[in-house]
Design a protein around this ligand. Structure first.
Ligand SMILES: Cc1cc2nc3c(=O)[nH]c(=O)nc-3n(C[C@H](O)[C@H](O)[C@H](O)COP(=O)(O)OP(=O)(O)OC[C@H]3O[C@@H](n4cnc5c(N)ncnc54)[C@H](O)[C@@H]3O)c2cc1C
Length: 370
């Protein structure tokens, strides 16, 4: 096993070389820590994966991320800032699919009055729900339990439920409010009006944001790179190797014990590595396996965290279909069972669709769509 400074002792061992493990390893190495990064598979990047197939650039995992000053700083440090392609969020319309067609999602108060994605009754319920006083929740509840009595079923099913399904691939009626929207949950426990909680969240977000980036990078934007999002972990991998991080692929470690202030980790072949700190940057099930020798009681809790399965389907569409399509980011599926029970063939069996070729250049051959 490769050893740094003639020893297998490190300041920090990081398990998992997805984007989380890579960024942690990068900032620790920059701070002068001796770092060992172990990855179970034979590639870094975790779920980030960009493949070129028949002239299309396919994102098999994440498609883009939202820019922020912190991420911009990281991109600058690793020399990727100039390669970042930014797409201002407000330039892209978003749609929901219901009642057999696409409806543009409102993005401001005026849009809300004009939108055809909610009935007048739905709009009144939503607006009055924002303003009406209610008892704040005393403990965590599902998003549905919090929002349905406030803004009404129609707004939840048309706007919130598809949004939550699009982000978490999860059901808003079962997902924890605190875990999924913590920045809103905290003020919601003290404000009786939803509008008050939303305002407090926005104030807190502005106050906690680092110094904003100036100029053309300052607008809220989606970011990717010419060769896809995987450029990000690939570049990070190169840079952290240059910074002296020891990295091993195809290795799975478990924490075997602690002597004094030092953790001992062992791989499948019994090789050990020692560190003052261990960072676990892997999914819950694998984290349970890494911890089961030293804290078996947490394995049941971690194994109980359910992950939603998700299939990404790429479809190349003809120039004719591209012309017929709306312009924007894509759509989320707001169909309710009632809609497709009446007409099963109208059922859209997808959480939604991203119109990748409209977001970033080079995603599809000329004239075609993705
Ligand atoms: C299909 C899809 C689309 C998404 N779209 C977006 C998007 O558009 N925008 C966005 O912001 N987010 C998106 N996300 C979410 C985002 O991609 C993830 O939150 C993020 O990439 C998770 O990174 P991670 O490093 O925490 O985990 P992972 O990427 O899961 O990495 C964990 C790593 O740990 C490794 N590992 C596992 N067990 C061990 C072990 N025992 N020892 C060592 N290594 C181990 C794994 O092999 C893996 O490389 C999407 C996610 C998916 C799946």
């Amino acid at each position: 096993m490769k050893q740094k400074h003639g020893t297998n002792a490190y300041d920090v061992v990081v398990l998992g070389a997805g984007i989380s493990g890579l960024t942690v390893a990068h900032s620790l190495a920059r701070a002068g820590r001796r770092v060992f990064l172990a990855e179970a598979t034979n590639r870094t990047g975790g779920v980030f994966r960009s493949d070129k197939v028949d002239g299309y650039l396919l994102e098999r995992g994440p498609n883009s991320f939202t820019c922020s000053p912190v991420v911009d700083e990281l991109l600058r440090e690793i020399g990727l800032l100039k390669r970042a392609i930014r797409r201002p969020l407000r330039d892209y319309d978003r749609f929901v699919y219901k009642n057999g067609r696409l409806h543009q999602v409102p993005t401001g108060p005026l849009d809300l009055l004009r939108t055809d994605c909610l009935t007048t009754r739905g709009k009144v319920k939503l607006i009055s729900g924002l303003l009406r006083a209610n008892t704040p929740p005393r403990s965590d509840l599902s998003l549905g339990e919090y929002f349905r009595p406030r803004i009404g079923d129609e707004a939840v099913d048309t706007l919130l439920r598809p949004f939550i399904a699009g982000v978490y691939a999860a059901d808003a009626d079962r997902l924890s409010f605190e875990a999924s929207l913590p920045r809103l949950y905290n003020p919601a426990t003290t404000h009786s009006r939803l509008i008050g909680a939303v305002r407090a969240m926005l104030r807190e977000r502005r106050a906690s944001a680092p110094t904003p980036t100036k100029g053309k990078n300052s607008r809220k934007a989606l970011v990717s790179f010419p060769n896809g999002l995987e450029e990000f972990p690939r570049r990070l991998t190169r840079i952290i190797r240059k910074h002296g991080v020891d990295m091993e692929l195809g290795r799975t470690f478990r924490i075997a014990g602690k002597q004094g202030e030092t953790w001992e980790l062992k791989d499948e072949d019994g090789n050990s590595v020692h560190a003052g700190k261990v960072v676990l940057a892997m999914p819950a099930g694998q984290t349970a396996r890494a911890l089961e020798l030293i804290v078996p009681e947490v394995t049941e809790v971690l194994d109980g965290i359910r992950y939603a399965g998700l299939t990404v389907v790429h479809s190349g569409v003809s120039a004719w279909d591209v012309r017929a399509r709306e312009k924007g980011f894509g759509f989320l599926n707001a169909q309710l069972p009632g809609e497709w029970h009446a007409n099963p063939s109208a059922r859209v069996r997808a959480l939604g669709m991203i119109w990748s070729d409209q977001l970033f250049p080079g995603r599809a051959p000329t004239g075609m769509g993705l």
